[in-house]
Design a protein around this ligand. Structure first.
Ligand SMILES: [Zn+2]
Length: 76
């Protein structure tokens, strides 16, 4: 089971091991956060490159957006 190759959900490249959760990426691409997006994050995993280049920036972006909402006194 060691060195098992998996396919990255974002670039289609191969990676070894567990890969990374893509949580955050789907929310950013669809522009909204749904239960489906959360499930996708766990189901579709990506390589280290995509995690660093796409998923991490997406999470930062979402955090920023969420931060703006909170500071505006949103009720949700
Ligand atoms: Zn990738």
């Amino acid at each position: 089971m060691a060195n098992e190759l998996n396919t990255c959900a974002l670039c289609g490249g191969k990676y070894e091991g567990f890969g990374n959760s893509t949580w955050g990426w789907w929310e950013m691409t669809t522009g909204c956060s749904t239960q489906e997006d959360n499930e996708k994050g766990e189901k579709y995993r990506c390589c280290d490159k995509c995690n660093a280049k796409k998923v991490v920036p997406a999470r930062l972006y979402l955090a920023k957006m969420a931060g703006v909402k909170v500071s505006n006194g949103g009720s949700n």
